[in-house]
Write a protein that binds this ligand. Sequence first.
Ligand code: SF4
Length: 212
Amino acid sequence: MNDPELLQLARFSTSCSVLGPGKRAVVWVQGCMRHCPGCVAPETWDPGGGTAFSIEYLAEKLTRNPEVEGLTFSGGEPFLQAAGLCALADACRKICPKFTFLAFTGFTLEELLAREKRDELALLARLDILIDGPYREMEHENLLWRGSRNQRVWFLTPRYEHDWKPRIHETGVRLELEADSETLHIMGIPPRDFREKMDEIAQKLHLTQQNG
Ligand code: SF4
């Protein structure tokens, strides 16, 4: 993705309550090089997949709901499109000066700092919360906003620290459904093997329909 005015996304949502504090808009960035076993979103891996959206269009859409207090960058690997996400964050803040930002990443915070890439550091500087580290199936646990024990929540500004830091060890599954005209989307961090089980159920329903 070389055009600084565009972001390549798997999809976006204008309202989600399970991927960060409060009600948030979410963009699922397209492209991830890690291919973690058990990843809940393998459709986001191919950097050539997804759809290109203009930053102006996204900023206007994602800030429209007055109940939404910020934007979550999920994926895929958000830091592969760090420059575009900085531009999106700035465009959102122009419309909603109090908008907050959270990013998931497969990098650790230490790795991002050591890479010393200008766009990645600029994205870090815009974040209120970073959730770092790849999903590790062997360390699976349903923690607040995370699917495995190695993933950490960094409060990079004081904005949410007081209310949410004491809660980061909470466990439990938090999922939300969103439907468009063709697809039912599941948002949040699901339990282990959730995708396989859903595929099995969908296959059984399909067979039942064919035999009915
Ligand atoms: S880093 Fe995240 S999106 Fe990428 S493969 Fe791992 S779990 Fe999936």
